[in-house]
Design a protein around this ligand. Structure first.
Ligand code: 13P
Length: 340
């Protein structure tokens, strides 16, 4: 399949991406919240519960972002996760960055690592059937950040990653995340809009310089939101409109789709915002979800480490996936969500 057809398949109307690529450190944090140890068996069980949610996978999910561990892992009965995805016609993806590290200097900023040896790793992932990849750059807002240096360094790394993916026949999902935990004083919705604009401008400049085919990638941005501690409380429609203004200004129409991260929003906020965004008419690209937490929160708690809870946890996951599918079509209503 061409890069563009993979990207379009990931953006199939009413479907979106399940981000299940929590690193060992991140999944350890999620498990710790429900008092579970971070063991290989529990990680496998948890991912098996999600990937065996057959209805959700077939109907609402176009792709799943895996980790190096899960790309080659099998369920307890020996069925490989990749075979499950193939059955559900879901495209397997792979997180290829090696995490974020402190940027030199003391501005509290981060830079993503993982470019060394990436060309060889990508060839291997392609052989294993990965159709797309993800790399997350993190942009911090505080009194002094983001600096131009950090924005440029992250944009450059994203472009290096993206062109290497395309060379290997893998669709790069380009994720520059402006994170939402800045101080209230300096992180209003407007500040997020300005920073997101500057970041996207730099990212597309670097992507073009690197020779990335914009028709063979997807963008995974943050929505334009106030920081988590901000007193700024915009309406759902304000968030949708401001997010679209920023994206329209910076994301070329050649990009086949935009799949948002949820970034610590509550489940319902992430769904409501996506639905409002999709009610805005005349947009040049389709917009959907590529959620981690906002798809998994309830399922994770319901599973609680027990295989006997699989059916209940799968029902919770399927409900969230269906709500976000409706949102991707601009048709979600709070009443439908609560009726379940
Ligand atoms: P969240 O939706 O939990 O922000 O995760 C999505 C993701 O892939 C972040 O890199």
């Amino acid at each position: 399949m061409s890069l563009n057809s993979i990207a379009q398949k990931l953006m199939e109307p009413g479907k979106g991406i399940l981000a299940a690529d929590e690193s060992e450190g991140t999944i350890a944090k999620r498990f710790a919240k429900i008092n579970l140890p971070n063991t290989l068996d529990l990680r496998r069980d948890y991912r098996e519960m999600l990937f065996r949610s057959t209805d959700a996978m077939k109907t609402y999910i176009s792709g799943v972002i895996l980790t190096e561990e899960t790309l080659e892992q099998s369920a307890a009965d020996g069925t490989s996760f990749r075979a499950m995805m193939a059955d559900a016609d879901v495209i397997p993806g792979i997180k290829v960055d090696r995490g974020t590290f402190p940027m030199p200097g003391d501005n509290g900023e981060k830079i993503t690592e993982g470019l060394d040896g990436l060309r060889q790793r990508l060839q291997r992932y392609a052989t294993l059937g990965a159709g797309f990849a993800k790399w997350r750059g993190v942009i911090t807002i505080n009194d002094v950040a983001p600096t131009r240096n950090n924005i440029r360094a992250n944009a450059h790394a994203l472009a290096r990653y993206a062109i290497l993916c395309q060379e290997a026949g893998i669709v790069p999902v380009v994720e520059p995340e402006v994170v939402g935990d800045g101080d209230p004083g300096n992180h209003s919705m407007e500040r997020c809009a300005q920073v997101t604009s500057e970041v996207l401008e730099n990212v597309f400049k670097e992507l073009r310089l690197a020779g990335v085919d914009l028709g063979g990638m997807l963008l995974k941005p943050n929505m334009v939101l106030p920081g988590v501690n901000s007193r700024d409380r915009p309406s759902v429609m304000d968030v949708a409109k401001r997010t679209i203004e920023v994206l329209r200004e910076h994301v070329p129409a050649a990009v086949p789709g935009i799949a948002f991260l949820s970034g610590g929003q509550t489940d319902e906020e992430a769904t409501a915002h996506l639905s409002a965004i999709n009610q805005i008419k005349g947009l040049p690209w389709p917009l959907t979800f590529s959620y981690g937490r906002a798809l998994q929160n309830v399922a994770l708690r319901t599973w609680a480490g027990r295989r006997e809870n699989f059916p209940a946890a799968q029902a919770a996951f399927t409900h969230r996936a269906r709500m976000n599918s409706l949102a991707a079509l601009g048709k979600w209503e709070p009443a439908v969500d609560q009726a379940a």
